[in-house]
Design a protein around this ligand. Structure first.
Ligand SMILES: *[C@@H]1O[C@H](CO)[C@@H](O)[C@H](O)[C@H]1NC(C)=O
Ligand SMILES: *[C@@H]1O[C@H](CO)[C@@H](O)[C@H](O)[C@H]1NC(C)=O
Ligand SMILES: *[C@@H]1O[C@H](CO)[C@@H](O)[C@H](O)[C@H]1NC(C)=O
Length: 225
């Protein structure tokens, strides 16, 4: 019985299955092509695509940083400028005070710039006079004197413009009497001087900010340390 059944299966079912498979090709055109044509050449590369649109802005924010440290206190001192003028002082003092101008220093640590300008003469044979600036009657030592001197070798009576100028440190705050004085030089006798001949002399006083930019004096360097 069993052998007969297998026989019937082989005779009827297997060929039917094979025939049915041949009659339904999955790709009929390609099947035909493969026998009649050769493969075509490879196509050329396509044109490059266009740039894409910009993306949407990101929504990611960093966290806030920590608060910074407080800065150091500012060193800006209120600045005041003084000016005194003398028209035609024609002062023939050879030794003593010529001009006086007062100023008020606001800080102990600032410098005081003093500038005197005017006309000077010194007459005599081998004589020398020195003009110098004083603060409350004392000359500046920090960093140096503020002075100028004029020597005369003959009996010339010629006048010249002069500027006597400097910045003085280590003066306490408060009122200061600043004076231009005249006197003798070292090693020479006093001449016949005249200050402010027929023209304007002026003294300009400015309080300078805290730190001197260049300190070339060893005395001043040690004072400011
Ligand atoms: C400067 O101050 C002194 C003392 O207060 C005073 O005697 C003098 O007249 C003042 N000088 C000027 C030019 O104001
Ligand atoms: C300024 O200096 C004077 C004396 O040199 C002192 O008595 C005074 O306390 C100082 N003032 C300040 C604000 O440092
Ligand atoms: C100048 O004298 C006045 C009055 O005596 C004083 O207050 C001031 O501190 C003095 N200034 C200087 C630079 O000596």
């Amino acid at each position: 019985m069993m052998a007969r059944a297998i026989y019937i299966f082989l005779i009827f079912c297997v060929p039917t299955y094979l025939m049915a498979n041949e009659e339904i090709p999955t790709e009929p055109n390609c099947e035909a092509c493969r026998t009649a044509c050769r493969d075509g050449r490879d196509g050329r590369d396509g044109i490059a695509g266009r740039d894409g649109r910009d993306g949407v802005p990101g929504a990611c924010l960093g966290e806030n940083g920590e608060k910074g440290y407080d800065g150091p206190p500012g060193s800006c001192v209120e600045r005041k400028v003084y000016q005194c003028t003398w028209d035609s002082s024609n002062d023939d003092t050879d030794m003593g005070i010529i001009h006086q101008c007062n100023a008020t220093k606001l800080s102990n640590t600032t410098g005081l710039l003093v500038r005197w300008s005017g006309s000077l003469r010194n007459r005599g044979d081998q004589v020398c006079n020195r003009w110098f600036v004083t603060f409350n009657g004392t000359e500046c030592l920090i960093p140096a004197l503020i002075d100028a001197q004029l020597y005369s070798g003959g009996d010339g009576n010629s006048f010249g413009p002069a500027t006597i100028e400097g910045i003085c440190y280590a003066l306490p705050r408060g009122e200061v009497q600043i004076e231009l004085r005249v006197g003798s030089c070292l090693y020479y006798s006093l001449g016949d001087s005249l200050t402010g001949w027929d023209s304007v002399s002026r003294m300009i006083i400015e309080e300078e900010t805290e730190e001197p930019g260049v300190v070339s004096s060893p005395i001043l360097s040690s004072m400011l340390e």
